[in-house]
Design a protein around this ligand. Structure first.
Ligand code: ADP
Ligand code: MG
Length: 250
């Protein structure tokens, strides 16, 4: 059996304001937010970035970007993701799902030791299209600057142009890889990268990933990732196929 380096999943302590809420208050808050949170003892949603346990630097960047408070999906999924839980996040398009997973992913990555030469990403985001991958990548680049001291890099890989350049970028080291599944498979086969350091995986727009026929590739990629990884799945729609994928991966 393969031995894996230990890593930390729990990177969140609820703020005293959040911790002091009783069960009735938590229910009231969820009703107010209009969200449903299920699972074993889910953490309480947060209503402020000040309660997210984020560094001052990250909070400043978020406020600078004009975001005053977490969106509903962010309120619910940030504490769960940072507590090391696998998360299924369901919310409509435009509700802020990208940062629901990117901020926890960055915290997760910077809790770990730096990449050594030849090591692949700690955080992997799978997205259905080039456009989406590029958008997530831009967000990752924006917020990666709020961590570490210049360390940390993101690479986007997708079908179409520039396979050689993508391979070079991967080889020079990427803490986060945002990818469409098919192209990532090719690049792994050609040894441009590998998933041996990967400890957090996001499936973004899971319904579209499945609709575009990526299920088999997602499963093969996941077979290359250590079994105790953290998985976050986001989707605008839930379906029995998404449910089956969840059952297979979480
Ligand atoms: P989704 O993936 O749910 O479709 P996105 O993550 O693409 O949504 O976010 C939609 C828009 O909302 C983006 O322009 C993003 O910058 C913005 N946004 C994200 N979080 C917040 C927030 N907390 N407050 C205000 N706007 C936000
Ligand atoms: Mg999205």
């Amino acid at each position: 059996t393969q031995r894996y380096e230990p890593f930390r999943k729990v990177l969140y302590t609820p703020h005293p304001v959040v911790q002091s809420k009783g069960p009735a208050e938590v229910e009231e808050l969820k009703a107010e937010l209009g969200c449903t949170v299920t699972g074993a003892a889910p953490p309480c949603p947060i209503q402020s970035f000040m309660h997210a346990n984020f560094s001052d630097r990250l909070v400043r960047a978020i406020l600078q970007d004009g975001f005053e408070a977490p969106t509903v999906i962010q309120s619910c999924s940030l504490p769960a993701a940072m507590s090391g839980r696998d998360v299924i996040g369901m919310a409509p398009t435009g509700s802020g799902k990208t940062l629901s997973f990117l901020w926890p992913m960055l915290i997760h990555i910077f809790d770990q030791r730096k990449l050594s030469p030849g090591e692949g990403p700690v955080g992997l985001v799978l997205a259905p299209t080039r456009e989406l991958a590029e958008q997530i990548y831009r967000n990752a680049r924006r917020y990666i600057k709020c961590f570490g001291d210049g360390r940390g890099s993101a690479v986007a890989v997708f079908g179409g142009a520039g396979k050689w350049e993508m391979a070079q970028a991967l080889k020079s080291g990427a803490d986060i890889v945002v990818a469409t599944p098919g192209r990532l498979m090719e690049l792994i086969r050609s040894k441009a990268t590998n998933l041996r350091r990967t400890t957090m995986v996001v499936l973004d727009e899971a319904d579209r990933l499945l609709a575009l026929g990526f299920e088999h590739q997602i499963r093969s990629l996941m077979d290359n990732i250590r079994p105790d990884r953290q998985v976050l799945l986001f989707s605008a729609a839930f379906s029995s196929r998404v449910e089956m994928l969840v059952g297979a991966l979480m």
